[in-house]
Design a protein around this ligand. Sequence first.
Ligand SMILES: Cc1ncc(COP(=O)(O)O)c(C=O)c1O
Length: 371
Amino acid sequence: MPKPRPLIRPLVQALHAYVPGEQPRIRGLIKLNTNENPYPPSERVLAATRAAVDDRLRRYPNPTSQLLRERLARLHGCRPEHILIGNGSDELLALAVRAFVEPEAGSKTLSAATVQYFDPSYSLYPVLAAIHGARVNPVPLAPEFHLPRVTGRGREKRWDAGAALSLVTTPNAPGGRGFATAELEELCAATRGVVVLDEAYVDFARENALELALRHPHVLVFRTFSKAYSLCFQRVGYCVGPADLIGALDRIRDSYNVNGLGQVAALATLQDLPYYRANFRKIIATRERLTGALTDLGFSVIPSQTNFILVKPPGPEAREWLQALRERRILVRWFSTPGISDRLRITIGTDAETDRLLSAVGAILRKRPRR
Ligand SMILES: Cc1ncc(COP(=O)(O)O)c(C=O)c1O
């Protein structure tokens, strides 16, 4: 008897799935582990979403999120053909891998099967490549989480100029550094494959690189309503770029990829931008205050242009800090990944949450055995 074929593909059996941050239900918990916005959606967004919970629920939503594409096109000075809406930007990242990268098994060249990204960056990227059977090329960031130059002598060894897809988190995660548009343009000019500028945190940064997606035939910018627009729950992201690349992603997406309430909430968000811009300013001010206070307490903090900071704590190991803070009902994020396992990523909360975090840090430092 021949051995029966396994029911599950070996690739899937061997896969290390993406590990999202915890969403525990602990009363009084200060949750600073998943870069959610500490401020609620605007009243207008809540009202519009509530008002849409009616007989409409039995119908399919608009399959192309047409109104939302039109509004975003107006906001960004382009046409709706340059915009695609996704079920979170995570969906768009998965579509980009499927649309632009060959699985390694059937590929004529290694570059055609390569997903390239800086290391460390968003830990979903290698998982998406693995699901697709593609190859990865993680290129180390420069010291202190700066963007490395990818052109020039010796550098081309690491950066594959022909990689089918390069995913660049800008501003970076989990480091938090912002990258200048001029640096990013140099990188795009040095790359022949598709470059995705993943701007999930860009509303907290000094610069954005949207113009690169409107000027270059191989550049896409991905944005999300999750972080800056307090809408993680609804799962709405979008991408901007050349119509042929957008069309390719559109061809392979699910027919009704964006749920109806998500479309309603995102549209209402765009009508209330001043509310959100005031929140960005509050979060940036809190980020700067927390950065200063932790630095004074002996933490080493990477300057951030996002809604989180990456810190190296003094004294005990980062993992022990994670536990000590958790015992005080404060949840932050620790990654076991080499290169960042000595750090904690802390999402910026409200001012009151930040005060509680700082007093917990002070208490932990006071309890520390003297050496
Ligand atoms: C760099 C980066 N890109 C994309 C995403 C996904 O966001 P969304 O909620 O739109 O799927 C995240 C979420 O953590 C992220 O950190």
